[in-house]
Unconditional design. Structure first.
Ligand SMILES: Nc1ncnc2c1ncn2[C@@H]1O[C@H](COP(=O)(O)OP(=O)(O)OP(=O)(O)O)[C@@H](O)[C@H]1O
Ligand SMILES: [Mg+2]
Length: 333
């Protein structure tokens, strides 16, 4: 029997906001994650891609357990770790760690890098000072930093060094699954390349698994075996990276690839999506893309399209994907 996936996410939903401010009209909640399902196998890198505000970070924070899910199931190694109170949820998911999208904001500006890393160990219950010191030195070496960095403050570190420190702070806790939120944003190309190489080496050497959140398709193509494409809180396509780039099936995936020219030579992509995304508090009924999709028909408003398996591999959530993929019928004579 095949091994259970390391992580299984089933119909996950996260509602944000929706407060009732004093003497003011209640704000409708945002369905930041709305019925997301996927699995991650041990040792793989799953990419999560989508434009700003589509719910990538919320998905990561919900899997981590610092944001409570409103519905759905999360399994780690086949064990259900969802539906728990926040404290218990983090305890049950201690094998999962999250690297914040803003490396600077993730560290306390008044604490040296060494103290920030040590604090993570203190919170996780490592009582022995000498053990903490040894683990800090080991992890700093693993992420390629000089031990002198321990005494430096965040403002004394470069962007690349900050990334390595934030990475060290989660790796020191010996996680199995790391959610990397935009791990290369804001880095210049050469630093980006070294960070990506480091991430790959760490995956292999420490036996890690990554959920790799990014809006940079070229980085995702380099790093990930499979990719989930998100639009307004839902996964619209999920497949092997090679299939996604060679034959994107969802109109939204095509639009994303068309907006990154040079990534898909040989794949002709016509414009499929127009206008701006709707506000997240007023997502259209049925397919969330339908108000922007040039292929939309009445049927697209009827129901939220389910992710449907494709013969070519992977899955797509578009009721018209078969017609759109079929070559145009010859014109009648
Ligand atoms: N505390 C909150 N209350 C209400 N809505 C929120 C809250 N936090 C985030 N949102 C909304 O939830 C949606 C998803 O946000 P999220 O940060 O997960 O997006 P993202 O895909 O990570 O974006 P980016 O690429 O810019 O990091 C957005 O519409 C955002 O405005
Ligand atoms: Mg984000």
């Amino acid at each position: 029997m095949p091994e259970a996936p390391l992580l299984e996410v089933e119909a996950l939903r996260t509602l944000l906001g929706g407060e009732r401010p004093f003497l003011r009209a209640p704000r409708p909640p945002v369905r930041a994650v709305d019925g997301v399902s996927f699995t991650v196998r041990g040792g793989e890198i799953l990419g999560v891609v989508g434009e700003s505000g589509c719910g990538k970070s919320t998905l990561g924070r919900t899997i981590l357990g610092i944001q409570r899910e409103s519905a759905g199931v999360i399994r780690l190694d086949g064990r259900v770790v969802s539906g728990l109170a926040p404290r218990t949820a983090r305890q049950a998911r201690r094998d999962i760690q999250y690297v914040h999208q803003d490396a600077g904001a993730a560290l306390d500006p008044w604490w040296s890098a060494g103290r920030s890393i040590e604090e993570a160990l203190v919170v996780s219950g490592v009582a022995s000072g000498s053990e903490r010191a040894a683990r800090i030195d080991r992890v700093l070496t693993a992420v390629g930093l000089d031990l002198g960095v321990k005494h430096r403050y965040p403002h004394e570190l470069s962007g690349g060094q900050l990334r390595r420190v934030t990475l060290a702070r989660v790796l020191v806790l010996a996680p199995r699954l790391v959610i990397l939120d935009e791990p290369t944003s804001g880095l210049d190309l050469s630093v980006q390349a070294t960070v990506l190489r480091l991430l790959r080496d760490l995956l292999r050497d420490l036996g890690l698994t990554y959920v790799f959140i990014s809006h940079d398709l070229s980085v995702v193509r380099q790093m990930c075996a499979r990719v989930a494409i998100m639009y307004l809180g839902r996964i619209v396509e999920l497949a092997d990276t090679a299939r996604i780039f060679a034959a994107p099936a969802h109109p939204y995936t095509r639009a994303l690839l068309a907006a990154a020219p040079g990534l898909t030579p040989g794949v002709k992509l016509a414009t499929t999506v127009a206008g701006e995304p709707p506000t997240p508090t007023a997502v259209p009924s049925g397919c969330a893309l339908r108000t922007r999709c040039v292929h939309a028909r009445e049927i697209c408003a009827a129901a939220v399209p389910a992710l449907e398996s494709m013969e070519a591999g992977g899955a797509v959530a578009c009721v018209r994907w078969r017609e759109l993929a079929a070559p145009a019928a010859p014109a009648p004579r």
